[in-house]
Ligand binder design. Structure first.
Ligand code: SAJ
Length: 446
């Protein structure tokens, strides 16, 4: 059966279905449709189904090429969105790209993934290949997806259907580019299944396609993001030590990275987004109760603490100026989680704003990329007692600090992303505080 499927895939004649038409599912549905496959997209939100079938892209933000590609493949009737599970019955290959968040106790929430399996199982075609693209904790394919599909389809894996994990490596703003340019791990329920997955993804991926088993695919994706979180946490911890020890973490980082095979990451105001704050917990969950996991939670705590550290820097700066935080007016520059992005998921600024308000400050927010916070920056910050740089948007790099000083009630600038400098702020008459730079050092101007 698998060889028959392999032939249909080679010839792009296999019927494809994608469950979940979000950041992951929609781009992959479009590029497989462009590659010649007939693709049915299953989406639970009716408004999204209608938008897609009208050829309109439901994803916010700038996604170069995606709106045009979507319109093209819908017009060519190669991609159709549907809310009806029965439309899965004809699919030879089904990709699942639904959300896999963690709850406030950092445990995976597989409601959407389980629902996708339960809706697919009863109509799963004999010999079909099911590939999960969502990021899942190691062990999830074998402990949750396989049994659910076997139970609801009445078929056994590697006999009545085949199973794969091919974790997505998408990045908002580069969805189509990354899909083609980034390598993928094709984890199969058998080595032959991994081979068929490689034949499938070869239609849309120009980079390496690495065969693996299911758990390896799960481990790679969660480990690559946990790696980044731990690296950022190390940089942040060195920043905190520099503040206490009278150092400048940016100078320290520059010199450390001159040492061979050192790549100290960027310290800053926090770690947001849809991947990095979540995937380390998925990796940790894979240890279950067998392996002791200490570094990953510790790194998460360091990074989650950085927005609170920003609140401490603001309080210290106001204290130096003889103004209590309670009742002060604080201006936040940047609300998205990443520079030049409108994505606010897990934004560090959200944590800072809540903390400052909890401590009695009035807070105003500016962000040229986020609809509700757009507007004239200097107008927004007029009368504030501190300006706090949280996101290194390009537009902030050109900010006229003298003009900023002229509208502030108290001339304080707190820099969470090393966009400005002590010298530049000083020339504009601003008191400058920065993550990783000791205030005492500022006085010496070393
Ligand atoms: N951040 C730091 N210091 C750093 C790097 C990032 O504080 O040195 C912060 C950012 O400000 C942001 C958060 O971490 O708040 C995440 O930034 P990110 O650059 O990791 O961007 P993401 O969240 O979009 O991560 C994605 C991930 N890609 C996938 O999951 C497929 C990640 O694996 C990539 O490494 C990352 O893009 C990338 O390299 O750009």
């Amino acid at each position: 059966m698998l060889q028959v499927l392999a032939g249909k895939i080679e010839r792009a004649e296999a019927n494809l279905a994608v469950i979940g038409l979000g950041y992951v599912g929609l781009p992959v549905a479009c590029v497989f449709a462009r590659a010649g496959f007939r693709v049915t997209g299953l989406e639970i939100k009716p408004a999204r189904v209608d938008m897609i079938n009208a050829g309109r892209c439901p994803i916010d933000g700038e996604e170069p090429g995606l709106p045009e590609l979507l319109a093209e493949v819908v017009a060519a009737r190669r991609l159709r969105a549907s809310g009806d599970d029965q439309d899965l019955a004809e699919a030879d290959v089904i990709l699942i790209g639904v959300e896999t968040p963690v709850d406030d106790r950092h445990r995976p929430q597989y409601t959407a993934l389980s629902a996708a399996c339960r809706s697919l199982g009863p109509v799963l075609k004999e010999g079909a290949l099911v590939v999960v693209e969502s990021t899942v904790a190691p062990g999830t394919m074998d402990r949750l997806v396989r049994p659910l599909l076997e139970e609801t389809s009445g078929r056994r894996v590697n006999q009545g259907f085949y199973l794969g994990a091919c974790p997505e490596r998408v990045m908002p703003g580069k969805l189509l580019a990354n899909l083609r340019a980034m390598s993928r791990v094709c984890g199969g329920s058998t080595p032959e299944t991994a081979g068929v997955m490689i034949a499938l993804y070869r239609h849309i991926v120009a980079a390496d396609l690495d065969p693996a088993d299911l758990v390896t695919a799960e481990l790679v994706k969660t480990a690559e993001n946990a790696y980044r979180d731990v690296q950022i946490a190390f940089a942040n911890e060195v920043a905190l030590i520099c503040e206490a020890a009278g150092g400048d973490v940016w100078l320290v980082r520059e010199l450390v990275n001159k040492s061979p095979s050192r790549q100290m990451h960027l310290p800053g105001a926090g770690v947001g987004g849809h991947c990095i704050p979540k995937d380390p917990w998925l990796l940790a969950y894979g240890a279950r109760d067998e392996a002791e996991v200490r570094l990953i939670p510790a790194a998460r705590a360091v990074n989650a603490g950085m927005p609170l550290h920003m609140a401490q820097l603001v309080a210290a700066a106001l204290g130096e100026a003889g103004r209590p935080l309670a009742g002060a007016r604080v201006g936040i520059l940047g609300y998205s989680y990443l520079e030049d992005s409108d994505d606010i998921r897990n934004s560090p600024s959200e944590v800072l704003v809540a903390r400052l308000r909890q401590l009695g400050a009035q807070v105003v927010v500016h962000d040229p990329w986020v609809r509700e916070y757009r507007g004239e920056l200097l107008d927004r910050l007029r009368g504030c007692d501190a300006a706090v740089l949280m996101v290194a948007h390009r537009t902030y790099r050109d900010l006229d600090l003298a003009a900023l000083k002229s509208v502030l009630r108290t001339p304080i600038l707190v820099d969470g992303r090393h966009v400005f400098s002590h010298q530049g702020a000083g020339r504009a008459g601003l008191s400058y505080y920065a993550v990783g730079v000791a205030p005492a050092r500022d006085d010496k101007g070393l």
